[in-house]
Write a protein of this length. Structure first.
Length: 232
């Protein structure tokens, strides 16, 4: 099924009523182009967000977690999960914590599956990975190699978590000083579909990532080791 530019914009206006769940909307992963203007659906959405950036950002409320973000059960030797993305996250965490690996471009991975909720009914997910490079504490939105979600989805999901988390408390809970900054980044497979989108130099996606200060990083797997590559 194809949609018009106006239909996509109408869906965006509805979704903007709750920015917290904007990234979850089905349209975010639509493939193809509008039948009337021949634009990628994700480009229409990205343009809409660029034009309504303040409303999008302020519509994501911060949640201050009463318990610590540094979950003790996630800070040591842990069993391997059956869920692929969580398994990758744990393996990368262990590569840093056990082997002392400091990954290129993102630094040391210090935590995985960091909870954002303070109470059960909070609308919030979990941060896949946290990495620290000496000056930036980075929220990484990890996607497994065969994930086919759009890069737009990855950008918006990571940024939503960035806005949701109490950044000052996050910094303190992990023992850092207040002079570091917190940013969010898509963290996707280097041969995945998300990278292919960025290689197409999509104007509005690129502009939106600039407005959100969102920089993409890529991982590859050689043997049983993970490596991190620069953005496109």
């Amino acid at each position: 099924m194809q949609y018009s530019r106006e239909e996509i914009i109408n869906e965006c206006q509805k979704a903007l009523a709750d920015s917290r769940t904007f990234y979850q909307k089905e349209m975010i992963n639509y493939r193809g182009k509008t039948f009337d203007t021949n634009e990628y659906y994700t480009e229409v959405i990205a343009e809409f967000l660029c034009m309504n950036i303040d409303d999008f950002i302020t519509g994501i409320p911060q949640i201050t977690r009463k318990a610590t973000y540094a979950v003790s059960g996630h800070m040591g030797n842990v069993p391997i999960s059956n869920r692929e993305e969580e398994r990758i996250a744990i393996e990368m965490f262990n590569q840093s914590s056990k082997d002392g690996c400091v990954f290129d471009h993102i630094g040391k991975i210090i935590a995985y599956q960091t909870p954002l909720k303070s109470k059960k009914d909070d609308v919030a997910g979990k941060i896949d990975l946290l990495a620290f490079d000496g000056s930036v504490l980075r929220i990484l939105e990890l996607k497994k190699p065969d994930n086919v979600e759009s890069m737009l989805r990855c950008v918006l999901e990571g940024y939503t978590y960035l806005q949701t988390v109490d950044k000052n408390k996050l910094i303190r809970d992990f023992g850092f000083t207040d002079d570091i900054c917190v940013k969010a980044s898509p963290f996707v497979y280097y041969e995945g579909t998300q990278k292919a989108e960025l290689l197409q130099k999509r104007k509005w996606l690129t502009k939106l990532m600039g407005l959100l200060d969102s920089r993409a990083f890529y991982y590859k797997i050689v043997g049983k080791k993970y490596f991190v590559l620069e953005e496109v």
